[in-house]
Design a protein around this ligand. Sequence first.
Ligand code: PTT
Ligand code: SF4
Length: 612
Amino acid sequence: MHGWTGQILRVDLTTRTHHIEPFSEEFAHTWIGGRGFAVKILYDELRPGIDPLGPENKLVVAVGPISGISAPNTGKTVVAAKSPMTGGYGDGNLGTRVTEKLRKAGYDALIVEGRAERPTLLYVDDERVEFVPADEIWGKGTYEANDWIYARYGKGAGVLNIGQAGENLVRYAVVRSMEGRSGGRPGMGAVMGSKLLKAIVVKGSLPIPQAFPAEMKTLGRDDLRTVHAMDQKAAWSVQGTTGVLPWCNEVAALPVHNFRKTHHSEAWRVDGQRLAEAKVAVYGCPNCTMQCGIAMLDTEGRESELDYENVGLLGPNLDLFDLQQVATLNYLCDDFGVDTMSAGGVLSFYADAIEQGAVEGDLRFGDFAGLRDTLTDIALRRGPVGNLLAEGTMRAAWAVGRGSEAYAMQVKGLEVSAYNCKFIPGMALAFGVSPIGAHHKESWIISYEITQTPRESYGRDKAQKVVDLQRIRGGMFEAIVSCRFPWVELGWGLENYPKYYNAITGLDWELEDFWPSSDRIYAIMKLFWLREHPGTDRKDDYPPAVWFDPANADTEGPIAGRHLEYDRYDALLQHYYDIRGYDERGIPTRQTLERLGLAAEAAAAEQFATLT
Ligand code: PTT
Ligand code: SF4
């Protein structure tokens, strides 16, 4: 088999043992890698109903056949587990040196099981596996922990680590790497914390297996240059993702005041231009020639790397329009290892609930010191408010009650990304049907929808576009494991990816050959959800209720008086199910599962769902 190492490293923290396990060519071709490997492993191996924060959960770190190769933006890795936020399959994708090192150590995936007796650093170096005491860095932030790790293992080692939020089981704790990258929004950092696993360090010395290494070398070198030239022209590395903020504000898609407003006259104060003016450094992932991690100094003079999602949800959504203050909240999230997006969402929910009189408290929108201190309480799980909000918006709303569920901006338990869909039906659908909760990564239809379709339409074309984008983004990019930004932001052709795939694996795939694998991955993510949430129905695929509420519609601006409509959303959702081959409850039909090669899974699914 070319292109895959053919091996998975399985580590048990409880027994402090490890095994190297081969996988078959058929497994590789069926599930490709990354998310495909992770979801199949977790679906097969996790007993239904386990506590995601208990020792029975498993953490999967998985790369794909393209990962780590010298070609545009291949430095990404998937981290996955049963999610403490949603109870379903959860994962994230982050830039890290682990990508290349894991492959060079001889593995396409690492499975971490059990729970260590004491804080532990897992060290992998080719066949060598060590369980290193990490008491010295337990309780430390991710920056200090990183320094400690680099001092011992060198800066070139691949490192994934967590901060205090992961240790304290904040449900939306993330995994961190390279001091600036973060991944695993649905609580992958909390899963590491629950295992007393402070860090994973990987080194490797073997060549990455490739069918045509010489061809791939030339292709990769030339394409890295071309993408770099495209970046220079597009000036993507000047503002990074924050460049989209003025557009969101202009088209009334910005989250402001817990998504109650869609635009703000002060938004320019936190936009990409302001970030570019304040820029002190640019960072990025390995193998990237279009680096987008733009850093500025926060109120304490610390470097803080900002993205659009972070600014949108920690800025306007909290009524904060001072970029340095936003950078401080962002820095704290990075150091504590907590997801910026969920942190912004839960803080805004709580300020809103206080404003609505649903709960008594001191937190106010725009109160920088109060927000900073509450964020610290969350990460350290200090006091009743810190503990309540560490559970995430959905659980906080359950506890607060008094109608607050309607403005809890989450789907399936995960907070909504920074796109306000009061009147953007296709993007609302994308959030509704995202299998890991309301994350934009699966299908970012918003720009197509607003610029190329009538915004008010709920047509089947939008459901088709959501599926098309899921196939490319959540399916192909997450399975081959490569950053999607060259394609999304610079228009780097999708046809390049089968070229890399074929040079590495020796196969002869066209772009379309990825779609069945993508659909299979989505179907099994859905089965995972169903098995954990029996009796589920289409209501799980609805976005937050407040977007449908006429009383919540804007009173001025481009979408004044407009809001989502239940009947029409429901019809759009049905189009999505029809295209995917799911029934009216949102469950894949037996025929669909069989078509995707999941006949065995279909038979077993009868235990928790009646298939049609
Ligand atoms: C991703 C999510 C995002 S998505 C952002 S900003 W974005 C937030 N970043 C956080 C952060 O920073 N610090 C922190 N403490 N929490 C954070 N939470 C949020 O996490 C990221 C880039 C970005 S920046 C995006 S869209 C793209 N995402 C990709 C993806 O998902 N798949 C893929 N194949 N390529 C992608 N390329 C881009 O990568 P999650 P990174 Mg991230 C500091 O994982 O869980 O999906 O959360 O990995 O290396 O930081 O790059 O406007
Ligand atoms: Fe990482 Fe940004 Fe480069 Fe993608 S474009 S690989 S997210 S630095």
